[in-house]
Design a protein around this ligand. Structure first.
Ligand SMILES: Cc1ncc(COP(=O)(O)O)c(C=O)c1O
Length: 372
C-alpha cells in the first residue's frame, strides 16, 4: 500500500502554499548532477532572477541555500555575526524571537526590542532603542511576521538603522514575492526567504541576498555548510561544495520565471486584492483580523477566533470535509487566531470563495453542536 497522498490539499495555511502546476512539471525533469553544465546554467539564471526579484543593487550576491527558510536565516546570521557583535533584534512575534535566538547562538550581544504581538514596530521605538543601546552593528527584523499577521515598516526601520550605521538584516520569508520589498532602494544589506510561500514552489531552498555592504562586513563563518564564501565558490566559481538538488533548482527557476512573467507590481497587487476580498467575505460571518488596518499582511491573515468557538474543531472540519488546510495560532496566540495564508498560487479569488463557504459550514456545525 502506498502512503503517498492521493488528495490535492488546498493549502491556505501559513505555508507551504500550493505549488504552481508549472513548477510541478519542472520538477519532473530528469535529475542532473550539481556540476552538470545544464545545472550551472540554471544556477546563473536563478542568481540573475533573484537579483532582479529582490531588487538588489549591483554587486550583490543573490543565491539559494539548500534548506528551508530557517537555513536562510542561519546563513545570514552565520556570516554577519560573531562573538561580541552588537545586534538589536526587533521581536514582534515567534519568528523575531527565533532570529534573536539565532544571533545569540552565534555569540552576539543581543538587545531585544520587544513589540506587542499583533502590532507593528513603531519606527520611533527603534530610534529610541538605538539611542539607548549605544553602538549597534546589526539591526535585524522580520518583514512579515507570520505568527501575528503583521507587516513591519521595513523601509522606515531600515532608514533609521542606516543612520546609526548598522547593517540591516531582514527576514522576508512571508513577504518575498507577495509584498513590496526593495533591497536596494530601502537600504537592506542582507535578507532571506523561502520557496514554499509566495513563490509557489515546495520547501527546500532558501533565497538569500547579500549586498556589497554586507559582503564587506562579513565575519569568519563558523558553519561550513552556510559559509557564503564557500557557497560563492560553488555558485560562481563552480567548485564542489555540496550536492545541490537539481530538482529543487528547477522548481525555483520556474517559480521565479512565473513571478517575472506576472510582474512584481501585478503580483503584489494580486496579493493585496485577494486579502481585501477575504476580509470582505469574512465580515458577514462576524470574523475580523487581529492587526489594525495599515499593519496587516496581505499574505497571512490572522483571523480572530470568535468567543465560544472550538478553533481546532473548525480546522478539522475544513480539512476533513473540504480538504482545506488553515493554520493555528502560535505561542500566546494559540487558540486565539487562525492563520489563513493567501500566498503565491494560493492567492486567488476562487480559493477565497471556497474557503469562506467552508468556514461558514464549520461555524454552522459548531453552533448546532452547542445547540445555539
Ligand atoms: C517569518 C518566518 N521566518 C522564518 C521561518 C522559518 O522558515 P522554515 O519553516 O521554512 O524553516 C518562517 C516559517 O514559517 C517564517 O514564517
Amino acid at each position: 500500500m502506498s502512503l503517498l497522498p492521493d488528495v490535492d490539499r488546498i493549502l491556505l495555511g501559513p505555508g507551504p502554499s500550493l505549488t504552481a502546476p508549472r513548477v510541478m512539471r519542472a520538477m519532473a525533469a530528469p535529475t542532473v548532477s550539481h556540476l552538470d553544465p545544464l545545472m550551472l546554467a540554471l544556477l546563473d539564471d536563478v542568481r540573475a532572477r533573484l537579483t532582479r526579484v529582490f531588487r538588489a543593487p549591483e554587486g550583490s550576491f543573490a543565491f539559494a541555500v539548500s534548506g528551508t527558510g530557517t537555513s536562510g536565516m542561519e546563513t545570514t546570521v552565520a556570516n554577519l555575526v560573531e562573538p561580541g557583535k552588537r545586534v538589536l533584534v526587533i521581536v514582534s512575534g515567534y519568528f523575531g524571537d527565533r532570529l534573536a535566538q539565532m544571533c545569540q547562538r552565534y555569540g552576539a550581544d543581543v538587545t531585544r526590542l520587544d513589540v506587542e504581538w499583533g502590532r507593528a514596530c513603531d519606527p520611533a521605538a527603534l530610534e529610541a532603542a538605538l539611542k539607548a543601546a549605544g553602538r549597534v552593528d546589526i539591526v535585524a527584523m522580520v518583514h512579515a511576521e507570520t505568527s501575528t499577521g503583521v507587516l513591519n515598516p521595513v523601509r522606515e526601520l531600515a532608514a533609521i538603522a542606516r543612520r546609526h550605521d548598522a547593517l540591516v538584516l531582514v527576514d522576508a520569508v512571508t513577504s518575498f514575492g507577495g509584498h513590496p520589498l526593495e533591497i536596494g532602494a530601502w537600504g537592506i544589506d542582507a535578507a532571506y526567504s523561502c520557496t514554499q510561500k509566495c513563490l509557489g514552489a515546495p520547501s527546500g531552498l532558501a533565497p538569500v541576498v547579500f549586498t556589497p555592504r554586507a559582503l564587506e562586513r562579513r565575519v569568519t563563518c563558523r558553519s561550513f555548510y552556510f559559509d557564503v564564501g564557500l557557497l560563492e565558490d560553488y555558485w560562481v566559481r563552480r567548485k564542489y561544495h555540496h550536492t545541490m538538488s537539481s530538482t529543487l533548482v528547477f522548481a525555483l527557476d520556474e517559480a521565479l520565471a512565473i513571478v517575472e512573467e506576472e510582474g512584481l507590481d501585478a503580483r503584489w497587487a494580486r496579493h493585496e486584492q485577494n486579502h481585501r476580498t477575504l476580509l470582505e467575505a469574512l465580515a458577514p460571518l462576524g470574523l475580523t483580523v487581529l492587526p489594525p488596518e495599515g499593519e496587516r499582511l496581505w499574505t497571512l491573515n490572522a483571523v480572530k477566533v470568535p468567543e465560544g468557538v472550538d478553533e481546532a474543531a473548525v480546522r478539522k472540519h475544513l480539512l476533513e470535509a473540504f480538504n482545506i488546510e488553515i493554520g493555528a495560532g502560535l505561542g500566546p496566540l494559540a487558540g486565539r487566531i487562525w492563520r489563513i495564508g493567501l500566498m503565491g498560487a494560493s492567492s486567488s479569488p476562487r480559493l477565497v470563495i471556497m474557503l469562506t463557504g467552508a468556514l461558514e459550514s464549520a461555524l454552522t456545525q459548531q453552533r448546532r453542536a452547542v445547540g445555539a
